[in-house]
Design a protein around this ligand. Structure first.
Ligand code: SAH
Length: 395
């Protein structure tokens, strides 16, 4: 095994069990590891620190796996991590009302660069590091042993793959090709998931409980679901007896699937409409038309991909939320989210306070939304925390 030696004083984060080593922290590499190889990381005094995946194409040159020198990172090591992660999700699936969740969440589950989402009997994986690419045969074998999935589909079309010098993929790894729409259940509601063509791996299961909580406010209310995708918030609100729900998204495929989901759940009789539009433009149009709502959901895509983009993203979040607040009836509810890891909850509250001032509104934070337990956060890896939201009462 090849030794990678850190510069003097660069071992602190590693000793704190942070799983990333940036290329700038490395003094020497003893030999020529292939990208994806497991290496031994040593401090400047040549003392062992940890084992990790090496990749000289990535800014994160080493992704750490194991800090105990006496534990071999072999097939059994990977199998064990998969078993522990899958077992930790069992309670989510136990009562049968939900059969979709995230089974493996990358660094947070000690498997850097691997995401596995369960869609009923099908699995969608994202492999974002070359080390994990090498480990896939044993990981797939363990997933097959534990879950006997009908298919394992590789949906690794994330830009992060390019940082590791990996090609984008969209291929079947095991089993038979999943149908165009895989049927899943979440909170007792059925969804068709387009694994191959849909966004991310097909569904945003990180909003599971947030949809449920918001739906408890929805009865007899007029709701606007912005960035609706395939209707997670929309369908939960319709099930809870919302007076009407309008869903807005710019993706035609997402809205097509949403309409299909309305039929599947036999909500055709409910007052629902879908608008294919840019959300900002549509909110301005509602303002011109004098259209008002009781509940508004704002669940935009990631505005701040990195810390350096935070200022600009904060302005975008502020403008969006100001528009939303202006369209609420007095005492109405705004459920507003940010899935930008770079934006923490305190900053998000500040952004909303500015939005309220600009909108001429008073805002009360009623509830703080976050990511669910199948998206855990490792104490030593706060970067794993990304989804946050606020339920705001607006006057
Ligand atoms: N709320 C959804 C998930 C939202 S994901 C759920 O519960 O499943 C973000 C969505 O925003 C995607 O569906 C994407 O198509 C849409 N989107 C991105 N930019 C947009 C824009 N400017 N206007 C409207 N929709 C947009």
């Amino acid at each position: 095994m090849i030794d990678v030696i850190l510069k003097k004083g660069k071992e602190k984060a590693v000793l704190h069990k942070h799983p990333w080593v940036f290329s700038g922290a490395i003094e020497t590499v003893k030999g020529k590891p292939a990208n994806g190889d497991i290496i031994r990381l040593l401090d400047s005094k040549k003392d062992f620190l940890a084992f990790g995946f090496y990749n000289d194409r990535s800014r994160v040159a080493v992704r750490l796996l194991e800090w105990d020198e006496n534990i071999a990172v072999d097939d059994n090591w990977f199998r064990d991590k998969v078993r522990v992660a899958v077992a930790g999700r069992a309670h989510i699936l136990a009562d049968g009302s939900t059969d979709t969740c995230r089974l493996i969440f990358s660094e947070s589950d000690y498997l850097p660069g691997l995401i596995v989402d369960k869609y009923a009997g099908h699995l969608a994986v994202q492999i974002l590091t070359s080390g994990m690419q090498n480990a896939m045969p044993v990981i797939i074998d363990e997933l097959n042993t534990l879950l006997k999935p009908e298919s394992v589909f590789d949906k690794s079309d994330a830009t992060s793959r390019s940082h590791e010098g990996l090609e984008t993929t969209n291929v079947l790894l095991a089993g038979t090709h999943p149908p165009e729409l895989v049927m899943v259940k979440e909170n007792g509601i059925s969804y068709g998931i387009n694994i191959a063509e849909g966004q991310k791996s097909g569904f945003y299961c990180d909003q599971r409980y947030n949809r449920l909580l918001l739906a408890t406010y929805a009865k007899d209310k007029k709701m606007l679901d912005c960035f609706s995708y395939t209707g997670g918030f929309t369908l939960n609100a319709l099930k809870s007896g919302a007076a009407s729900v309008t869903s807005v998204d710019s993706s035609a495929l997402a809205l097509e699937t949403l309409e299909e989901n309305i039929r599947i759940n036999q909500f055709e009789g409910t007052a629902h409409s879908a608008i294919k539009s840019d959300v900002n433009a549509q909110l301005r149009k509602f303002r011109e038309d004098g259209e008002m709502f009781d509940i508004i959901v704002l669940d935009p895509p990631k505005y701040a991909p990195s810390r350096s983009a935070l200022d600009r993203a904060s302005r975008a979040y502020k403008d969006l939320n100001r528009l939303g607040m202006q369209l609420l009836n007095s005492g109405g509810l705004l459920a507003t989210f940010s899935c930008s890891g770079a934006m923490d909850m305190e900053t998000f509250k500040q952004v909303l306070a500015w939005a309220a001032l600009d909108a001429g509104k008073q805002v009360q934070f009623v509830y703080q939304f976050h990511q669910p337990e199948d998206h855990p956060v490792r104490a030593s890896f706060p970067e794993g925390e990304y989804l946050k939201g606020l339920l705001c009462r607006v006057w």
